[in-house]
Design a protein around this ligand. Structure first.
Ligand SMILES: [Zn+2]
Length: 226
């Protein structure tokens, strides 16, 4: 049985952000939040941003029961199984009480598309898909590093952080070719399914600027924001 999320909130707007790994979804999310606050007057507490990738990394790192289940069922660079992601998401969403929910990286399989519709049945939803060519992604990620010590993101290739920490590749960037292959095999069919449903599906080029995407998208959906 599928449990509904926060059935007492009928005016929630759920924005699903989909794109290849390292296609800049986190940046679009940030642009959406800024625009929602600046132009539409939303407060911090009105917007929630859930990155499914981060949620998975966190559960694994913290060794929660779900995290351990993931460890056992997921290969490096592979996608987490649909049922575990669903369980995690339901747990996460129970604590969220915001007007706008940005779901970064969900749904990303055909199975998750169906779950997504059931879970979000009571809410207005829209999908932002950023269509980024593989070459552009590989080029972008070449220089992407994080600080080993403080975790800060850098875009300079190998080097040293201001804090003195060594800059290293993100663990999931080192398996990017595998992640891209999995994206093409598992996520693109999900994107096609969402596109064919034709409900509030927004397609953007990989070179489109995050702020432009945020502005255009929210303008087109402004009726859902009041
Ligand atoms: Zn640092």
């Amino acid at each position: 049985m599928i449990r509904k999320v926060k059935t007492d909130m009928n005016n929630k707007f759920v924005i699903s952000l989909i794109g290849a790994p390292a296609s800049g979804k986190g940046y679009i999310s940030m642009c959406l939040i800024n625009e929602l606050k600046e132009k539409y007057g939303l407060k911090d507490s009105d917007v929630a941003d859930v990155s499914v990738g981060e949620m998975i990394r966190r559960e694994k790192k913290n060794g929660t029961p779900l995290g351990l289940k993931l460890q056992a069922n997921m290969k490096e660079g592979g996608l987490a199984p649909d049922d575990i992601v669903k369980e995690m998401l339901i747990k996460e969403l129970k604590n969220i009480d915001a007007k706008v929910l940005i779901l970064d990286g969900y749904p990303r399989t055909v199975g998750q598309v169906r779950e997504f519709h059931k879970l979000m049945d009571n809410f207005a939803t829209a999908v932002i898909f950023r269509d980024t060519p593989k070459d552009l992604i590989l080029e972008r990620v070449k220089k992407r590093r994080i600080c080993e010590k403080c975790g800060m993101a850098h875009n300079v290739g190998d080097g040293v952080c201001e804090c003195g920490g060594k800059l290293i590749q993100r663990k999931d960037d080192s398996v990017l070719p595998e992640r891209l292959a999995e994206y093409e095999e598992m996520t693109l069919p999900a994107v096609l399914e969402l596109k064919n449903e034709g409900k509030n599906f927004f397609w953007y080029e990989g070179t489109a600027e995050g702020n432009d995407i945020a502005r255009e998208f929210l303008e087109a959906n402004k009726d859902l924001l009041v």
